[in-house]
Design a protein around this ligand. Sequence first.
Ligand code: FE2
Length: 338
Amino acid sequence: MNTPSINITAATLENQQKQSGSTFPTAYACQTPNATITSAAHWVTDNRDNLLQQATSHGAVILRGFPAQAAEDFDAIITALDIPNFPYKQSLSNAVRVNRTERVFTANEAPPGIDILFHHEMAQTPIFPEWILFFCEQAADQGGATQLCRSDWLYQRLAQECPQFIQDCEKKGLTYSNVMPAEPDTQSGMGRSWRDTLGVETRQAAEQRLDDLNYSHQWIDDGCLRATTPPLPAVMEVSPGRKTFFNQLIAAYGGWKDSRNDPADAIRHGDGSRLDADAVRQAIAISEELSFEAHWQAGDIALIDNTVVMHGRRPFVGTRKVLASLANMQTHAFELTT
Ligand code: FE2
């Protein structure tokens, strides 16, 4: 996988996982000292199809030692991949983020002590990105790993260990409910205001947008808005016979808590029934067992297939600058059958 003037080779990572002949995550390292971002971007263009295909089959591709130092360098690598941008502004993400370039933003402005639990990006909304890219501009002094989990492996384990729960997830889907503040709350991992989340200025426009999305809603104290999604899928068949636990169940059940939100109200099956608490605990335990901790080094880039791999963020000490980008907007919907 070489391009003139840059030598990039397959690399091994500490604690890389192997299952059924698949390595997770896969990795490449740049071996050329003083390589330029232009030559790295050329290499990415030359190897685009292979990189995307590997991200899907392995779940994630980590690029280490690449000559990327700033948001603009990360942007150049993403541009070289030639995948359509999914602007944060258009997303229904509940995280507070700050744009650094048109297609690069801070990963989540939540305080360092907050553990962001495993989730598929935006699986709790009708629109989600196929791809997520992360870039480490500055690693934390301690902690701050991005944890990754192969969701197809998680699905297989749950199908064996909690078959009734998996059947309920597939048959009933999931609905999510959260309370959005009137103004951004950077003290929360889910503090994006309803105005920013919905891209509106007024209550009337918010109600219209939620109606269009088939959400139900309720205005509550201090101008906050509770929004509840229509039933959404909990499992995705990403290719024939390959299913993933594509949802935000773990994060919503265990982590959607702040001054406005109680996790007990955050998630139900699509028919309104409660989740099996023991099975959810089992899902959390298996995901932790399958977790790969990406310990960042400055300059690292991760290309993740969001339909295959869940991610989260460990708490940290010091300054941690991990930037993100989303690409290729997809939609999903769920038909509740009786
Ligand atoms: Fe995320």
